[in-house]
Design a protein around this ligand. Structure first.
Ligand code: ZN
Ligand code: FE
Length: 255
């Protein structure tokens, strides 16, 4: 039985996600960016919150934990490696662990880089991954607590998921990411087509999240650090993949 997913914008550019296991009726929020928006969406759906699945400790991901736990008595699952910074954490999890929501199951991957203990949740049977601030459509998270080598390894785990996987990113950063991507990967025809499509979607007020892994593999410069055309475009022919990734991330920080 599939997982039902409800997505809604909140704060300035975050997305909230509620997921419901149809067998048990258990409901989780992915992170807690905005308590009022999450409660309003639960009301609209007629769902009762049973779980919080945190990806990392930033305030726009775990800041609503305690208020929601107080209201709903829900169980909080989150990254073991930053357990001390996840308010109300009940169940610390890390790489290779399985998390159950009724009959649905997610596998946890450690994806350090944006924060030191960031995790993602992959629901393989549903082809869905909740990736927090590790990867965005045509972008990736800033390296606040990790090295380029760590982040490249984390992104490589995502790249190795089944290509049909839908990636539920926590922010609508796509249009800015596309503008930047064109500066480092200007000859990429798939990227040019997609950037135009994203402009159309945003002009119509439509979300660009979730994004599909197969499309990211073709258009996300942070997954393409091994691509010879991208290396040549930034003047790094012959450089190592991690060095190319690091330089691309550095350029984005200053874009
Ligand atoms: Zn963050
Ligand atoms: Fe965030």
């Amino acid at each position: 039985m599939p997982l039902e997913i409800r997505q809604f914008p909140c704060l300035s550019d975050n997305y909230g996600f509620l997921i419901r296991d149809a067998v048990s009726g258990e409901v989780a929020t992915i992170d807690t960016p905005d308590v009022e928006a999450i409660n309003a969406e639960l009301d609209r759906a007629g769902w009762r919150l049973t779980h919080i699945l945190n990806t990392h400790h930033h305030w726009d991901h775990a800041g609503g934990n305690l208020a929601l736990k107080e209201k709903w008595g829900c169980r909080i699952i989150g990254p073991k490696a930053e357990a001390a910074r996840i308010p109300g954490l009940d169940e610390p999890v890390g790489d290779g662990d399985r998390v159950r929501l009724g009959a649905s199951e997610a596998r946890i991957y450690d994806t350090p880089g944006h924060t030191a203990g960031h995790i993602i949740y992959h629901f393989a049977d549903d082809g869905a991954a909740f990736v927090g601030d590790t990867i965005f459509a045509m972008g990736c998270g800033r390296l606040f607590e990790g090295t380029p080598a760590q982040m490249w390894a984390s992104l490589s785990k995502i790249a190795a998921l089944p290509p049909h996987t839908e990636l539920y990113c926590a922010h609508e950063y796509t249009q800015g990411n596309a503008s930047f991507a064109l500066t480092v990967d200007p000859c990429n025809a798939d990227l040019k087509r997609r950037a135009a499509e994203v402009d159309r979607l945003r002009a119509a007020g439509a979300p660009t999240v979730p994004t599909n892994l197969a499309i990211e593999l073709k258009t996300n410069p942070f997954l393409r650090a091994a691509d010879e055309n991208l290396k040549a475009a930034i003047g790094m022919t012959g450089a190592s993949t991690v060095d190319v990734f690091a330089e691309t991330r550095r350029r984005k920080d200053n874009f």
